[in-house]
Design a protein around this ligand. Structure first.
Ligand code: GTP
Length: 443
């Protein structure tokens, strides 16, 4: 049968945690509080004990009994002060049973000694014993068993002392006993209740802290998961660059910026040449590796502000903010050269790796990327048709006039490739630019 879950922490009869590790933790967290409480208690007790010397003097005069009583009081006061100072210097002493109980023993003994030295049958002693008893329970932070032991010593000592030196009438003795019994019960119950409440509070605090920790951990995990999902939703799993959807999100932003600021924006379509053959010869895994390598080459020739994405299959797309066609052609040419210069061991010497690039720019009045992209795509396929491994720049779209179906809508720049007549492919690409296009401005 399963035990019913209990409310609150498990405590023993001393109102302490049954779990000793938990009790030790509780004690540790309260060390400075207990040290402060005990210090105050010791200084107050010392002060009171000394103050009663005045009463002794008025009752006894300056005779021998007074001096004995004063010496005893000074001993108790000195012990209290020394212990208070020790706790001041080292708060952990507040939890050592020996010095505290020694001070209690001395204090109680001192109090009991006032009975033979200042005998009075009027019940004045019972009042001081009651006050001492309450102080032992409520004023001095101690474990309950030590409180009970100290009070037992006080009670027995009181009974012996009054029996020997200050006999009480039977009625008064019984009243005193009942009173002391009640005070002990009250003190014990009160301190147990206080200790229990403190521990319940502490257990709740710990529970709250661990719930908070769990919550924070959960939030952190969720944030990580969200970031991972966001990253996965935007990234092409194979190459690690932006996927098609994310590319368009970023490129649209660049388009809006270009239209707002009146700055140029160029697009490049990059396609790996004869990739199907490469796949067929070397396998899909090698094909994947080649795609990642080409993506890396693209990243290497681009600036941070350029936008690169995988358009699909073996095709990549690049948006070049602030780049005119000349600049875009120079960047594309660098990419083409970089890829064709690669020597990938897994491809061997028989499979050359090259790319063809089609370039276009955002024309005045265009508010969407599609037409620019379409021109770049057509330039790319023009490059494929002319033998691949080249950069082709699309010229401006011809103005629409009447029978546009019959007129060539697109006039491509001259084919630029390593084996053309131009000195360098870049020079050839530049030569192919429309007359109004400025020369490349950045690299
Ligand atoms: N390894 C690999 N291959 C892919 C991936 N995506 C598409 N492909 C292959 O890429 C090849 C593209 O072939 P094609 O469109 O005929 O183009 P190509 O062979 O590069 O010829 P050209 O573009 O004319 O030079 C196809 O065989 C696809 O299966 C991919 O993620 N990994």
């Amino acid at each position: 049968m399963r035990a019913e879950p209990r409310d609150g922490p498990e405590l023993n009869w001393q109102a302490e945690f049954r779990d000793s590790a938990m009790e030790a933790l509780f004690q540790r967290t309260l060390t400075s509080y207990h040290a402060c409480q005990l210090r105050v208690a010791l200084f107050v007790i010392a002060g009171l004990f000394l103050a009663f010397a005045l009463a002794d003097y008025t009752v006894l005069g300056a005779g021998q009994p007074f001096l004995t009583l004063l010496a005893m009081r000074l001993l108790v006061v000195l012990t209290c002060l020394l212990l208070g100072l020790a706790i001041w210097r080292r708060p952990a002493v507040a939890h050592w049973p020996l010095p505290i109980n020694l001070a209690c023993l001395l204090g109680i003994s001192g109090l009991l000694m006032t009975i033979p030295l200042r005998p009075a049958g009027d019940g004045i002693h019972i009042a001081s014993v009651v006050a001492a008893s309450m102080a032992l329970y409520l004023f001095i932070p101690n474990r309950i068993q030590w409180m009970l032991a100290a009070n037992a010593y006080l009670l027995l000592g009181f009974l012996v002392a009054v029996r020997l030196w200050a006999p009480l009438q039977p009625g008064l003795l019984l009243t005193s006993l009942l009173l002391l019994g009640f005070v002990n019960l009250l003190g014990w119950m009160t301190i147990s209740r206080i200790k229990r409440l403190k521990r319940e509070q502490f257990a709740l605090l710990l529970e709250e802290r661990s719930a908070n920790r769990r919550l924070k951990e959960e939030i952190r995990e969720r944030e990580e998961l969200e970031a991972r999902l966001r990253h996965m939703a935007c990234t092409d799993g194979l190459t690690g660059i932006a996927n098609r959807r994310h590319f368009f999100e970023l490129a649209e932003q660049e388009l809006r910026r270009a239209r707002r600021d009146g700055t140029p924006l160029a697009l490049c379509m990059v396609d790996v040449d004869l990739f199907k053959r490469l796949n067929d010869r070397h396998g899909h895994a090698v094909g994947d590796l080649v795609l990642s390598t080409v993506a890396g080459c693209c990243q290497a020739v681009l600036r941070d502000s350029d936008v690169l994405g995988r358009y699909g299959g073996e095709e990549f797309v690049i948006a070049l903010p602030l780049a005119d066609l000349g600049t875009a052609a120079a960047i594309a040419e660098r990419l083409r050269e970089k890829v064709s210069a690669l020597r990938l061991p897994m491809l061997g010497d028989t499979t050359p790796l090259t790319v063809t690039v089609g370039i276009s720019r955002l024309e005045e009045g265009e508010s969407r990327l599609d037409p620019t992209l379409l021109r770049a795509d057509r330039a790319l396929y023009e490059g494929k048709a002319r033998g691949r491994n080249c950069v082709v720049v699309a010229s401006r779209p011809a103005p629409e006039i009447g029978d546009s179906e019959e007129r060539p809508r697109w006039a491509y720049g001259k084919l630029t490739r390593a084996d053309t007549n131009a000195t360098t492919p870049a020079a050839a690409a530049l030569a192919a630019l429309p007359a109004d296009e400025p020369a490349p401005g950045h690299s």
